[in-house]
Design a protein around this ligand. Sequence first.
Ligand SMILES: *Cc1c(COP(=O)(O)O)cnc(C)c1O
Length: 399
Amino acid sequence: MTLSQGRSYLAIPGPSVVPDRVLQAMHRAAPNIYEGALVELTHGLVPDLRRVARTQGEVAMYIANGHGAWEAALSNVVAAGERVLCVATGRFGVGWGEMAQALGIEVDMVDFGLHAPLDPERVGAALRRDHAQKLKAVLISHVDTSTSVVNDVAAVRAELDRLGHPALLMVDCIASLACDRFEMDAWGVDVMVAASQKGLMLPPGMGFVFFNDHAAQSRKAMTRVSRYWDWQPRSRPELYYEYFNGTALTHHLYGLRVSLDMLHDEGMEQVWARHETLAQAIWAACDAWSSGGDLRLNVDDPAHRSRAVTAAALTAPDATRLRQWLSERAGVTLGIGLGMAPPGDPACDGFFRLGHMGHINAHMVLGMLSSVQAGMAALGIAHGAGGMDAATAIVADCA
Ligand SMILES: *Cc1c(COP(=O)(O)O)cnc(C)c1O
């Protein structure tokens, strides 16, 4: 029998759950894109986006997903033939480096594999080998969504400063923004990339590039920048049609207004604390299940785990069986494993991910976890007892 009727729950690491208030704000007739309410609303978004990213810098908005925002960020500050250092802790870190290569940029890769955060000393060693200081930028992921590793961004800034290296620090916060604590200015980040469909709780379609003065100077020194990705007109909302390089993102902007209101009403500290507690509940359940079966969290040390996404492994094909059972029988969709085994390899059926980013609360997470436990029981997947007791204790303790 299926028990999946009712409101379904997409617990994948993006797109995330869109709040009803955001959906309602987007459900309207097409607005005028030249003047009036939409133009005014856009002016007000910029200071509020800065508050979410903890920056005094600029933000450019694009009609683009995260891959588009990756390209936008690179296009403004790194020319073909120039060199960057790409620091990878999973599939997305590698992906940004591949994007740079496809733009004709030379990429030095420092890869930390699939289970560990970046080691600032090894990044420092790679920077030291760059005697002529030719590296234009260091690309890192704050959270790599494939592995659920979180990286110490400020430690990379400290290495750059210690060596007096002028490279821009460019950070992918697509998974982490408004989930894992991130402080753009305090951590010395020059360029930060985000997208709408994760912690910002919108549908996909909107990309963001935040940048500081240092990065703005690098942009000005470029001889040529793609007309579409150029962030200069996009940081001047008074030129409204130029601002979006064509038609504005009409409905997303109404949705973003509401999602930013929701984040500010809750407060960023509280938003991060909520993600922290709910992540701990998930890890507590997983630890208990691990004690009597094959389930393994991808990252051993909780200090190196993201609060937005949790990657885990089961013996193949149990991860896929579990995901299928959950979506067909319980109305919960879990994320597939990504980048843990070559595409098409049967080993891919041994990985899954839990998305816990954005519009999530205790009952959603506890419902998802107990559905996972029910699925393991139904499928005969061995697991330790006490998972739900452990998770509910975390929620009870914090209340
Ligand atoms: C989701 C994600 C991306 C890719 O975003 P798309 O919108 O799918 O292009 C890149 N990096 C990270 C860290 C992500 O979580």
